[in-house]
Design a protein around this ligand. Sequence first.
Ligand code: UT7
Length: 399
Amino acid sequence: MTETRYAHITGWGAYAPPRVVTNDELAQLVPTSDDWIRGRTGIAERRIADDHDFTSTMSTKAGKRALEVANLEPGRLDLIIVASATPDHLMPSTASMVQNALGATNAAAFDLNAACSGFVYALSVASSLVKVGAYDTVLVIGAESLSRVTNWTDRQTCVLFGDGAGAVVVEASDQPGGVLGYDLGADGSGGDYITIGLGTRNPIYSDVAPVSDNYIKMKGRDVFRFATKIMEQSTRTVVAQAGLEVDDIDLIIPHQANERILQVAAKRLDYPLDRLFSNLERYGNTSAASVPLALVDAIEQGRVKAGDNIVMVGFGGGLTWASCLVRWAYDPEEREWSSWRRGVRWTRGRVSGAKNWLNRADRRLAAMDDWLRRRGDDGRMNGRGGGRRLVGRGRPSRS
Ligand code: UT7
């Protein structure tokens, strides 16, 4: 009989660039005020990446922290998924860049773009791949550099967004719990509600599209209506799938878009607002990074305990939505590893790294072997130094 596999979150980490931009600073750029921004959104400040930080570098920093908590060497990762709407490039993928930066030489890597729902989409994909036995260890990252696509003269958007990254490690286990289920959805008919036009439809070598199309744009009121409706609907769906009631959920970690969205959703779900986690005040809307940034904050504030039922729910561009129900299995404080356990994990990492090095060396030797055979070096060996003359002429004749 095959053993049931579960997909647990065993590590977590976040990175927010150090530069804090307050509402008052923005009020010097555009006609706005701290009062308006706080009152309409709940945001007090956001982090903005400096010239050396990109989606890939922030992802790598968050990923490293998650690996430390999971006590895993990068060589043990099977897969890296980066959820982002602001990748470094169209190609290579940000996930490939992270794979290289981490030295995760055994990992496959791909990007996933489901805008603000991206991290929860990626967590659903990762947990499914783990549960079916395709992979044992996956690093899931949500990261954004929204400041690079923000129009700093548009007060309707520039006050909302920020940069950052959050990551989790998903590992296979036979211990029940972990990611219990998910609900994913999309409604492309609302694709024009939130856009970043940059891409091959707006080619950089012609002027078919005005440059302003490349910035992030949003029909705020329409998105607000969608967000409040879908947050309730998707949360109810994922909870019902697991045979639970909304009240069985200990903590909801929603996409951090607007404090008022959380208030309306809490009311619709008949759920206490203080169990809807929010860190919007400090980071603003960081799209795919917002749920993992909030998860890590919640853990660090002691809001997550072993046995808790947690719903993570995202919604946004696409339009897309996603929710995941996780039964948390590990007490975050128990992630303080004993030195024995750390030692064993470290050694396994080294063994896996050595195996990987040997595999690569073997592949190179095989290629060299093949090349030598094709250039007729068998003949050179047999012909005692006459090989040079035989290049390209096939094997030497014995007659
Ligand atoms: O991450 C993806 C999901 N995103 C969301 O879920 C965001 C959903 N939408 C929202 O959170 C809200 O719609 C916003 C925060 C974006 C906007 O709030 P709102 O209450 O919907 O404002 P509004 O766009 O209806 O604008 C109200 C007024 C307008 O002035 P008038 O036309 O009433 O004279 C705007 O021009 O506020 C004005 N306004 C501002 N005033 C000061 C818009 N932006 C600003 C600003 N400062 N930054």
